[in-house]
Ligand binder design. Structure first.
Ligand SMILES: Nc1ncnc2c1ncn2[C@@H]1O[C@H](COP(=O)(O)OP(=O)(O)OP(=O)(O)O)[C@@H](O)[C@H]1O
Ligand SMILES: [Mg+2]
Length: 472
């Protein structure tokens, strides 16, 4: 078939060449007539239809999504057939994606219909220097098929190729962690509002230590959201979901966000509000975010700061922190952020998740935590025995130990964050075996239990005193 196709195309090319060359020998009056009829005959004889997909759209600046979808689609079939392939390294330099090199051809079969793909490059049209990307050479793919199958190819096959290509792109794409640049640095046409690095956080739902039922519920909720395109369209709601994660420091809020991004294969945008001047700058930033992303507003460096502060002047410092948390420390208020999000999200296509994390849910602006704005509230709490078992598996590779019984008992009263449990479980040197690490944890839990008992006794004394005063 391929030989037949090439023979037909080459004879037609020769016929065209001869025709163009000798057209001028015809008298001017009949030249148009001859040309029209010649083309009719050619079209009648040539049974093949060609469609070109160019790298750049007609607006020139924009790269065509279809071109890249086709490139991805062909990367799977062309690797078997094409003789010259181009290699691109993706995903932390571990996997290689092969695609057809220029001037290569491959065949594909769809519902029993054979088609041919050829890749090519168009030479630059002028020698002048251009600012447009890729203006030196323009790549394209040409699809050739028998005109008899025009309907099935132009409708079903092209749609199939684009869909599959996009799926492959999602699978191969390298996820990014974006952080907003201070708005003072946004000058010039080249400035970018978001700086980015490759997102490679190892946290997953498997490594996350928390109540299993709660974990499964969150996973289900996320997957339902990510597959809910039609549902959101049906109910006329923007495809977005808000999560509020709250709990003491070191309970795994940031780890949970990373696990969510890893589960859904989303990019993460880490929003630093303090470097944004006002709400209009915030709007500009959010408009630049892409679909399939998680936008996060977190308080950073909380753990160390909190620990130091509680040691010194616990009450006044904790109050100050809570005030900051409510947004008064930022140039952009949290309510302002929510209003911008409500506004732009209705207009931006593509799914987006926004996550707020806080250590003080009670002190937050009620407008922020009102249901509907943040669709799901997730409490990250102190470590329990079930969560400990996940950490023991992660850090020590053990499922059980004779000390587990004692540890389970201690967890009833001891309050320790998963971060601190993990810290105790981690061997500090090669000599430290699982027994040493578990014993260290038992000691820490006992200390924490004693502290909890002392605290509750002190609180009880305070309550009794209050009672006496009131009664008196
Ligand atoms: N639930 C958890 N499961 C597994 N590891 C955890 C968990 N919580 C904490 N860790 C460990 O402790 C470290 C700190 O946790 P993480 O940064 O997620 O806490 P956080 O709740 O975001 O704290 P902060 O409120 O200070 O931001 C993590 O790198 C992880 O190793
Ligand atoms: Mg955190």
């Amino acid at each position: 078939m391929w030989t037949e196709l090439s023979a037909t195309i080459s004879s037609l090319a020769i016929a065209f060449f001869m025709f163009e060359k000798y057209l001028n020998y015809f008298p001017y009056t009949i030249r148009g007539y001859v040309e029209r009829n010649f083309r009719k005959v050619v079209n009648f004889v040539n049974p093949y239809v060609e469609i070109s997909f160019h790298e750049f759209t007609s607006e020139r600046l924009k790269r065509s999504d279809a071109f890249f979808a086709i490139q991805n689609y062909l990367s799977t079939s062309s690797t078997e057939n094409a003789r010259r392939l181009k290699a691109d390294v993706v995903k932390d330099s571990q996997s290689v994606v092969l695609s057809m090199d220029a001037k290569e051809e491959v065949a594909d079969v769809f519902n029993g219909v054979k088609v041919w793909w050829a890749s090519g490059k168009m030479p630059p049209q002028s020698k002048s220097i251009s600012w447009f990307p890729g203006s030196e050479e323009k790549r394209y793919y040409k699809l050739t098929f028998h005109k008899h199958y025009r309907e099935i190819i132009t409708k079903s096959y092209v749609e199939h190729v684009l869909k599959k290509g996009k799926e492959i792109e999602v699978k191969n794409r390298q996820r990014m962690l974006y952080t907003n640049n201070p708005s003072n640095d946004w000058h010039g046409w080249k400035s970018t509002k978001w700086g980015n690095i490759v997102f490679e956080h190892p946290s997953t739902f498997d490594t996350l230590a928390m109540d299993t039922a709660k974990k499964e519920e969150i996973k289900k909720d996320l997957i339902k959201f990510s597959k809910g395109k039609d549902y959101y369209a049906k109910i006329g709601k923007a495809w977005k979901r808000g999560y509020l994660l709250y709990g003491p420091p070191g309970t795994g809020k940031s780890s949970m966000i990373a696990a969510m991004a890893n589960l859904l294969d989303y990019d993460v945008y880490d929003l630093e509000l303090t470097t944004i001047k006002d709400n209009s700058e915030l709007r500009m930033l959010l408009i630049e975010t892409k679909g399939k992303s998680i936008i996060v507003r977190e308080r950073k460096g909380r753990r160390k700061m909190m620990m130091k502060q509680t040691e010194k002047d616990p009450i006044s410092k904790m109050k100050k922190e809570a005030e900051e948390e409510s947004g008064s420390g930022s140039k952009v208020t949290l309510s302002g952020l929510l209003n911008v999000i409500d506004g732009i999200w209705s207009a931006c296509g593509g799914e987006r998740i926004i996550i707020f994390t806080t250590n003080y849910v009670d002190k937050l602006d009620p407008a922020l935590i009102r249901r509907g704005r943040m669709d799901k509230h997730i409490v990250m709490s102190y470590c329990c025995f079930e969560a400990f078992k996940v950490l023991a598996r992660n850090y020590l590779d053990i499922e059980s130990h004779e000390l587990f019984g004692k540890i389970e008992e201690l967890f009833v009263e001891a309050k320790m964050s998963p971060a601190d449990v993990a810290d105790n479980l981690m061997p500090k040197s090669d000599e430290q075996d699982e027994e040493t690490c578990l014993k260290r944890l038992v000691e820490a839990l006992e200390a924490s239990k004693e502290e909890a008992i002392k605290k509750s006794e002190e609180e009880a004394v305070l309550k009794t005193k209050d009672g006496v005063v009131t009664e008196g």
